[in-house]
Write a protein that binds this ligand. Structure first.
Ligand SMILES: NC(=O)c1ccc[n+]([C@@H]2O[C@H](COP(=O)([O-])OP(=O)(O)OC[C@H]3O[C@@H](n4cnc5c(N)ncnc54)[C@H](OP(=O)(O)O)[C@@H]3O)[C@@H](O)[C@H]2O)c1
Length: 326
């Protein structure tokens, strides 16, 4: 099968489209013909061995000191089941599924996943492209907002509202939890964030959200660039400050906030729960969530896709078509 692999850390050109052996499903696994995957900032970090400031050594030890331990990137996919192992009972050949592969490996034509892993029937009202663009962003947004004990009617601020996590965080807070949502982003993303149904947008290049007198129950920082000291002041007592990513200097700020204030913080890694994928599928089918797709690239142009994601200009998701849809 075709796969995009890399054998050394480096710029996007280290990615190579190659023929590799087809995977063989185990008895509890499904074999998926992958139609679409995505390029996330995480894929770019893994490829270039970049990490948030202060986490370089830990990342290198985890991912491979001299060369990557996992030579195939890609964390999300959507495709059709073409074979099921003999112990598989929940899914069947022909089912259209979407999934999340925390261990990477989705830049391939065929992929095996355990049926009780991070895979579910895909939303019926989405194409493969749209469905592949859901798992990482939406699972992360849902997980973190729930960690912030999100409740109906609360005031929520999403910092980094235009990216893969942010576009879903806005929709989950607004359309599922019926909150009053403010989205913070740069000038060129304002229109997109407004189109997601937020109550208010703030262009951080023109306005400091901590200075307009508004206070929030939850601040979710999806890109690790909000100012902790100033943001703390506009968080309600017992409010939650949530971080999906941060560098080491910021970690000290978060820990300081934790010990010196009644305001709560949460950071960490997404916990993978299949029931969340199913929950998201149902909300998508109810019309409450949709994917924002910025660009699509064929597998052959994956280096281009990585270059684009690294510009920091991505809106929502960048999709890789493994199978060109009609
Ligand atoms: N904790 C977890 O388990 C977990 C899970 C998934 C993802 N994450 C992390 O969450 C973060 C957000 O993920 P994402 O998929 O939402 O990212 P993304 O889609 O790549 O975010 C893109 C947005 O970030 C803003 N941005 C500003 N400066 C940037 C820069 N130098 N490089 C890249 N983007 C920049 C841009 O918006 P503006 O122009 O409006 O500033 C851009 O629209 C990532 O760091 C990812 O690793 C964590």
């Amino acid at each position: 099968m075709k796969a995009v692999t890399y054998s050394k850390y480096g710029p996007p050109d280290v990615l190579q489209l190659k023929e590799v052996s087809n995977p063989t499903p185990k008895e509890n696994e499904i074999l998926i013909r992958n139609h679409a995957t995505t390029v996330t900032l995480f894929d770019c970090w893994m490829r270039s061995n970049t990490s948030p400031p202060g986490f370089g050594l830990i990342m290198r030890i985890a991912n491979g000191i001299r060369k990557p331990k996992q030579p195939i990137l890609g964390t999300e996919l959507a495709g059709e089941i073409i074979y099921v192992g003999k112990d598989v009972t929940l899914l069947k050949k022909g089912d259209q599924v979407y999934g999340f592969t925390g261990d990477l490996g989705a830049y391939v034509e065929y992929m095996c996943l355990p049926e009780d892993g991070m895979v579910s029937l895909k939303p019926t009202n989405m194409t493969y492209e749209e469905a592949a663009a859901v798992p990482q962003g939406a699972l992360t947004a849902l997980y973190f907002l729930r960690k912030g004990n999100i409740q109906k009617g609360q005031k929520i601020l999403i910092f980094g509202a235009s990216g893969g996590v942010g576009t879903f965080a806005v929709q989950i807070a607004k359309n599922i939890y019926e909150c009053e949502v403010t989205g913070v982003c740069s000038t060129s993303k304002i229109e997109l964030v407004q189109s997601l149904g937020v109550d208010k947008t703030i262009d951080y290049t023109k306005e400091d959200f901590t200075k307009n007198g508004e206070v929030y129950d939850i601040i979710l920082d999806t890109i690790g660039k909000s100012n902790i000291r100033r943001s703390k002041r506009v968080l309600k007592e017992n409010g939650f400050y949530l971080f999906t990513t941060f560098g080491l200097p910021k970690l000290f700020g978060i820990l300081w906030l934790k010990v010196t204030s009644s305001k709560k913080t949460f950071f960490g890694l997404l916990e993978e729960r299949t029931e969340d994928l199913i929950f998201l599928k149902e909300r998508i089918e109810e019309g409450k969530l949709s994917s924002v797709i910025d660009r699509c690239y064929p597998m052959e142009q994956i280096a281009e896709a990585h270059r684009y994601v690294e510009t920091g200009q991505k809106k929502g998701q960048v999709v890789i078509n493994i199978v060109q849809e009609d």
